[in-house]
Design a protein around this ligand. Structure first.
Ligand SMILES: [Zn+2]
Length: 520
């Protein structure tokens, strides 16, 4: 009786080849001379295995194409590869074939696996449960229930006994060879009607279960195929092979047993915590504060809400600081918005460039080592908010060129707010283009800093404008849409939270810390 271990290894990923080598080394540790073991590798790269006592069959590019249905379903290579190898091996009826995925390894004797393979019993890795009992198999019920599929001269129907079996290990005997073909035909029907990538193990199990019993081999083999385990295992295996591949085979076999693939409890916990942290942080809201003027104004002031008294502003920055938040300019905030950095941060923005930002806000920002972006109207520098004049809104002086330089010298930042603060939506394409492109050029020329951050005047934007902002080379653009930004937000239509005269401390905290702004 021949006991044949089979690996199918293809593709570009070196990890699969290393995995197969490591797996066979750990298997060979348990082989005895009395048994007639053979290790067979079906692969696209036969050269990888030339230093091992294995029989290699190669997969030609044509076979790979044919078996994967021209790349449409790569997992079909497993079924077709197994059938191909069985046909080439000149098997007799008592021989046993054990197929293994490349991410399996053995730290205890796997020899019993061959005993479990019997003429009336196939071996699979694991019974994952009945299709009708597990919610995650619902896709099979949705697409197969009540359907009859004709395969050769028999009919296939989903039944209450239909189950999913993990096929990373498949043990069969030559009498079962026709079941592979039948499963393959079934799988090709499934490809058209069942949108699930598990149709390969499912069709094989359904096919074998028509005639044979099935049993599990899970407890005799270890595997590292789930995502985070794999990330941990692949470098360990690759390092082992780099170090040991040149050693005599018996040495490699004994050293392979000493490799620790299992992660320590601490490592597992650490990985889980870091992963969870990453998930939480990647969804963490990033508030961007929108200020205009920082000045105490008399009660009679039109649109007094646009003016935040310096004391109130000071209180807000103090709150951010004691809560452990760092106030950042849009330039510094960008890596957080892009998900590259994580942390407790808020964006601080000032629209229009009021002189009182330098006088009343800058010292407070510096006190807490915060930064901020002031959005400038390039052709109103040193003038006032003339665009508000007709609405009767109080005119306040805007920073002059030298005051802006002072602002920059403090380590604070500037962004673009167009040339003249128009309603961009009402302008021609040509005019908008000038306002958006020239503002950037003028500010860069005047202040010798790159201008990457834009703010839509009156918060108004539409799709062509967003595209124009992108073409002009801005990386972020803020709106007056309310809410907290997240790394999922579109960087060119960022929401902000207005901070006004009326934003008392409790409201300020609600805006920063809660969903208060998100659904407004
Ligand atoms: Zn403005």
């Amino acid at each position: 009786m021949r006991k044949i271990l089979l690996y199918i290894v293809f593709g570009e990923d070196k990890g699969y080849y290393n995995g197969a080598k490591f797996s066979l080394l750990t298997f060979m540790n348990w082989m005895s001379n009395e048994d007639s073991f053979e290790i067979v590798i079906l692969t696209e790269n036969p050269g990888e295995f030339k230093s091992y006592p294995v029989t290699v069959f190669s997969i030609s590019p044509q076979q790979r194409n044919e078996w994967s249905l021209n790349g449409k379903y790569g997992f079909r290579i497993k079924n077709r590869g197994m059938a191909y190898v069985m046909d080439r091996l000149e098997l007799t009826e008592k021989d046993k074939i054990l197929f293994l995925d490349t991410d399996t390894y053995f730290h205890k004797s796997p020899l019993i696996l061959f005993d479990l393979i019997q003429p009336n019993q196939a071996l699979f890795y694991l019974n994952e449960g009945l299709i009708y009992k597990r919610k995650r198999f619902q896709v099979y019920i949705d697409h197969l229930e009540g359907r009859s599929i004709q395969i050769d001269s028999s009919l296939y129907e989903l039944s209450k006994k239909s189950a999913m079996w993990g096929s990373l290990m498949v043990g069969i005997m030559p009498n079962m060879r026709p079941s592979l073909d039948w499963a393959d035909k079934l799988m090709q029907v499934f490809i058209e009607i069942v949108p699930a990538h598990t149709i390969e193990p499912f069709s094989l199990a359904e096919s074998l279960l028509r005639k044979y019993k099935m049993t599990e081999g899970k407890k005799y083999v270890s595997l590292y195929s789930t995502s985070r385990k794999k990330k941990h295992a692949i470098p360990i295996i690759s390092e082992f092979l780099n170090k040991c591949q040149k050693l005599p085979l018996d040495k490699q076999i004994s050293l392979a047993q000493k490799v620790v693939i299992k992660r320590s409890v601490f490592k597992i916990i650490k990985q889980r915590i870091l992963h969870l942290n990453k998930v939480i942080m990647s969804k963490r809201p990033i508030p961007i504060l929108m200020y205009h003027s920082i000045e105490a104004m008399p009660k009679s002031t039109v649109m007094r809400s646009l003016h935040v008294p310096p004391k109130r502003f000071g209180m807000q920055m103090w709150l951010l600081n004691i809560l452990g938040y760092k106030g950042l300019s849009m330039r510094e905030l960008t890596p957080y918005l892009e998900g590259e950095k994580t942390g407790k941060v808020v964006g601080i923005t000032f629209d229009d460039g009021y002189q009182n930002n330098l006088i009343n806000a800058a010292p407070t920002l510096k006190k807490y080592n915060f930064s901020a972006t002031c959005y400038l109207v390039s052709q109103r520098i040193g003038a006032s908010n003339t665009w508000d004049f007709n609405k009767g809104i109080t005119q306040r002086p805007l920073m002059t060129q030298s005051e802006i330089k002072e602002w920059l010298n403090l380590g604070l930042d500037i962004g673009a707010h167009t040339q003249t603060h128009p309603l961009l939506e009402e302008l021609s394409e040509q005019q908008s283009h000038e306002e958006i492109f020239n503002c950037k050029a003028e500010l860069e020329q005047m202040f010798k800093v790159s201008i990457k951050d834009f703010c839509y005047p009156f918060g108004r934007f539409n799709e062509p404008l967003v595209n124009m902002i992108k073409d002009a080379g801005y990386r972020t653009a803020t709106t007056m849409s309310r809410g907290r930004a997240t790394p999922q937000s579109n960087k060119l239509t960022l929401p902000r939270m207005p901070i006004t005269h009326h934003t008392l401390p409790h409201l300020f905290l609600a805006k920063i810390l809660t969903k208060y702004e998100d659904n407004r």
